[in-house]
Unconditional design. Structure first.
Length: 194
């Protein structure tokens, strides 16, 4: 329990994240300035500030991260070449680190807590549709639309969720063949919680 000079009391903050102490406004402001400057696309249009949260492959982040790290490293070592603006280089590096971390956290969240948005979800396929709901291993589902790995349509098949694959697809054991065939359905509906 904390007691202030005014007599007001609060519970202890020992186990609470201290965002005010962990972050610094000057760093965040410089990063925001970098991000705002880079919102202008090649066609001259302004992209949404959270556009990156739609999903960028981790490989793309890694390659970009490495290029920007090289610029930071060169400046640190006094090696000529590369971008000579250290704050911009660090901001670019930070963007890629944050983006990679965002994708990693999103992947972990989907894998570890695989209810739905109106009991219906569309999984990422060729259209790159975002994964809106969550499933857990053991959940019972009915396939609404998709092909199995052999290319045969399996609408109406029921099965059990096995897991979410690293690439973001839901793996489902299908009942009608003894649960041996695994599907990667794009659209499923929850019929029972495992």
């Amino acid at each position: 329990m904390r007691q202030f000079d005014t007599g007001a009391t609060r519970d202890t903050d020992t186990n609470k994240y201290d965002y005010e102490g962990f972050l610094h406004p000057s760093v965040l402001e410089a990063y925001a300035a970098y991000m705002h400057k880079n919102r202008v696309q090649a066609d001259g249009k302004l992209r949404d500030s959270d556009n990156w949260q739609k999903g960028i492959p981790k490989d793309a982040y890694m390659k970009s991260m490495f290029r920007h790290f090289m610029d930071v490293w060169k400046m640190h070592r006094g090696v000529p070449g590369g971008n000579a603006d250290m704050v911009e280089n660090l901001s670019a590096l930070l963007f890629n680190v944050m983006g990679y971390m965002y994708e990693e956290l999103r992947s972990d969240r989907l894998a570890n807590d695989l209810v739905l948005n109106n009991d219906f979800v569309t999984l990422p396929g060729t259209e790159h549709v975002p994964f809106y709901g969550t499933y857990r291993p053991g959940d019972r589902v009915i396939v609404v639309a998709e092909e199995d790995t052999g290319g045969r349509y399996c609408n109406g098949d029921t099965g059990e969720v096995v897991r979410l694959s690293p690439s973001g697809y839901l793996l489902v054991h299908v009942d009608r063949v003894g649960g041996e065939r695994i599907m990667y359905p794009r659209e499923v509906r929850l019929v029972g919680r495992g």
